[in-house]
Design a protein around this ligand. Sequence first.
Ligand code: MN
Length: 436
Amino acid sequence: MTTDSTHDSSLQSWVESANDDACDFPIQNLPYGVCLTEDDEPRVCTAIGDQVVDLYELACADLFEDVHESLADAFDWRLNVLMHFGRPFWRQIRSRLSELMSTECGDLRDDSELRKRAMRPIELTELVCPVDIPDYTDFYASVHHATNVGSMFRPDNPLLPNYKWIPIGYHGRASSIVVSGTPIHRPNGQTRPSDDAPPAYGPCRLLDYEMEVGFYVGGTNAIGEVVSIDDAESRIFGMTLVNDWSARDMQKWEYQPLGPFLAKSFATSVSPWVITMDALAPFRCAAFERDADDPQPLDYLDSESNRKQGGVDLQVEVLLATKKMRDDGKEPMRLSKGSFSDMYWTVAQMLTHHASNGCNLQPGDLMASGTVSGPGKDARGCLLELTWRGTEPITLPTGEERKFLQDGDEIIMRGSCERDGYRRIGFGECRGVVVG
Ligand code: MN
């Protein structure tokens, strides 16, 4: 992953709000999303400062003609078409977008009619799920999360013997993936609260969130074809925030022997913006440093470039606002802050492993990392860990307590990358309110 002129920290935009240091979407970011037009047509867009730019309109006005003559077709729906193209092409689009939004370029800045058609404040824009997601897989890539959760259920043997050899995952449900802001219905399910009584069906009582980072697949491999670890990065389009809502009481009863099922498939939230791997290039870091007595990854999951820069130095945080907090005018309270650089497995290892049996990965497939937890107590990415199964409740500014989520609770996830010499870029937010 190399940086280029689009990452130059001195680059400024004619969209003034993008030059604010605290802004998630400076000209160095240029994420992709999908907005609805006034006629409810989905269109590929980018965010710059506090504005959304409809890229279909720009393509129709021939502003991308040097990149591709019919790019409008790729911007006239969701991100799936763009995800077919591949990295060299993604780079050309980014480079042209960077030029169009920069102070020096008048192509869009000076065309008030086009600006009127193509640009709107983010606040006034409806953003939808950016991808028509064919398949969704959720991994379990944080050794801290796996150890914490394992130690609650198996104190003597917290980490199962396969963990350090193989990126563990389960096949998630794509149809119930929803965009940030969509209310989350408390699921019903079968649970067995006590070993002395038979199981019962009813509303989940131990509802939780999981702070995760997702990545979308680009390009295709035919069924039977594997993806080498060094090709894996070229198959990743971009990253996003994911909330893997989890019904812990249902999970506990159903998960053996085949893993999570209805405890997870009722809803998964994604943030509306996809941060491209090109935008993330300045923030790559070394893969997780394994203990000396840990096994090294098998050859198919190992390469020098993955070891040196397979990680992503991305900070994520989770905030909670209960209904009472909102009614009392209180700010959301931060529950945790973690780093994606603490993950045991890299995104390239997850993707390579996924295709290592010849599974065909398709453009738009979503892979999520699993709960991002760090070594510290304040870096635990779900309530199961934060409240240690409900034994250590959290006290909120209103005096309320939480072990798990109540109706009316809103979970807000944020992510950002910072590094000396570069502009900070943000992921925006992934929000969801629990409704009964
Ligand atoms: Mn998960």
